[in-house]
Design a protein around this ligand. Sequence first.
Ligand code: UGA
Length: 473
Amino acid sequence: MCSANLPHEAESIITSGAVRPRLTFLGVGPLGGTYAACYAELGYEVLGYDVDEGRVEKFSAGELPFHERGLGELVRKNLDNGRLRFTTDIDDVAEFGDVHFVCVGTPSRRDSDSADLSYMEACVTSLVPKLKREALIVGKSTVPVGTAAWVQQLIDKHAPGDVRIEVAWSPEFLQEANAVQDVLRPNRVVLAAQTEWAQDLLEAAHKGVFELAAQEDREVPLVVTDFATAELVKVASNAFLSTKISFINAMADLCDRTGGDVTALARAMGFDERIGHKFLRAGIGFGGGCLPKDLRALAARGRELGAGESMRFLSEIEDINIGRRTRAVRLAAEMADRSNGPAGPELGGLNITVLGATFKPDTDDIRDSPALDVARRMSAGGATVTVYDPMGMENARVAQPQLKYAQDLRSAVTGADLVCVLTPWEEFRHLEPAALGDLVAHRRILDGMNSLDPQLWVNAGWQYRGMGRNASA
Ligand code: UGA
């Protein structure tokens, strides 16, 4: 349990009266913002901190600076009950918290594939000198193995005199669009600390999750481990998921060459429980703010550690992934009877509609989005590309201003020579092929994530192509 001199006893929705550490979340992006609201919901007193005033203002007003399903309600509820607050004032953070979770971004560096730890460094070195009482600093961000030890060195260098400040690690495994559930009901919790004091405090800071599980008669597996393992669990998991996706995408290529159907192949493979059905959807590959950069950072860290040879397969995973985007553009050219010369596909004069801009459905996030990148490549090949996405239009317009953006689906497809469904949003899956056929110039559909029923489209007179799924009229 947490140490006896914790200053605050929060009223908990889970176990009223239990002693709980006060928590801060440094960096309230999709990770820290979700954690802050969810841990307030679990009964903790929480302070969210960010250097971005706009973000803090929005959260403080009960609005979200990004889309995440179910988060808005939790933010507003816990602002109202007083358990949740946001600030840009680091003195406030130092004064308030017993446990400080570092949730800042760790993007790729500009000059290499390694993770950029400058936000983490800035965060730790601005907080630590302000601390006047004992505190635990917990890493949640995704980092290269070895970072926790480096953070402890930073703390030792910047800590004021005789205050006990320790580092601990607890990686997160949130999936955007399911992040609230992933925090409240995680599929595992991984904890790493170096002293009994730190371990007790770390467990107290996660206790709400286990109490909620007990109330719901669920178990949350707990892995208590060392720093290196805790850091590796996250990047290894993301690399494994990426590998699964690229594996099935490589099989999609074989299906294309042999007339096989990769969706049936994945389905059949997945019935073997050792393989499973998840993350075997073939298509235009993986994107987002996490899998691609974490894959590159792991390969880079492997090289730094002298394990470059063992990590070499990771660059194959990435090559297969990027190859899917090229494949989609070539397929578009093929469908429109255009040449695929050495200089790339020739798409001049074609009107192409791209449905989907976000990296996956139910988010407005377009970071490293395969859909938007394919749209960009088609535009670079000479096509006039019109994009429609249910949530990602604003972000897409900023990132790729040269593309055209339609106000709604109907105007997006009107007059199209080719329609490409590149993000598998639910609303695209239920498109009516016959009705859509009356709007387009040519009935050609490229199903970039294999989310449509080919037969329905072929029956309505469309030329259909999937990715590794060769049905066509
Ligand atoms: C991913 C991991 O799934 C989380 O476990 C992890 O915590 C998170 O990164 C992170 O590092 O923070 P996320 O980026 O939200 O989560 O997205 P995913 O749902 O994993 O999808 C990633 C990409 O893979 C998307 O572009 C998606 O379309 C693609 N994908 C996914 C496929 O191409 N095929 C599949 O079968 C599954």
